[in-house]
Design a protein around this ligand. Sequence first.
Ligand SMILES: O=C(CO)[C@@H](O)[C@H](O)COP(=O)(O)O
Ligand SMILES: [Fe+2]
Length: 214
Amino acid sequence: MIKIAPSILSADFANLERDIRRVASADYLHVDVMDGMFVPNISIGIPVVQSIRRVTDMALDVHLMIVEPVRYVEAFCDAGADLVTVHVESDTPEKIQSAIDRIHARGKRAGVVLKPKTPAEAALPYLEQVELILVMTVEPGFGGQKFMSDQMPKVAALRQLIDERNPACELEVDGGVAPDTCRACIDAGANVLVAGSAVYKAEDIPARILELRG
Ligand SMILES: O=C(CO)[C@@H](O)[C@H](O)COP(=O)(O)O
Ligand SMILES: [Fe+2]
């Protein structure tokens, strides 16, 4: 069963509760956290996650695009995140490991994220410990970008490694996922699809979520 994670980066932040309710038929709510350092954009942070937690029971998938995420993972867990993902490029392997350990110590799910130029092998040190691996299918920082189909071999390679070494681990893709690109992601082995603009620009959001499930 393919899971859909609408990204609230494409929601109306002045009507966030309304826009969260609009995607209630999805599986996870994807929350993009950007610090203006790791990526050239600034989005939202801990107080917004706290507020979202109060208005929904959906699982919160918090995608940290920040430098030295180990500094903040516990705060995001305490704010109500169910799953926290950190970029392997955002710190040293020791600090990434420490971020994963701290997320687990809070009883939450941890994941690692790979930017488009980062090879699948970069996930190997964490493969057997994490609950999710996220492959970016755009350069992180902005919604509404073009899907990078050249990331599909990486998704397929990670699917094989996950099946061999940690079959419970989820494989997520993020960026440019839409009705015309979701099939490639599913065929390559992704089981969680993040979609921002494709969900929030749809006339009929529940129908679009169903369509993205393939
Ligand atoms: O992490 C990011 C962007 O950095 C994403 O989660 C985007 O928010 C996805 O938006 P679309 O490409 O689906 O519009
Ligand atoms: Fe994201």
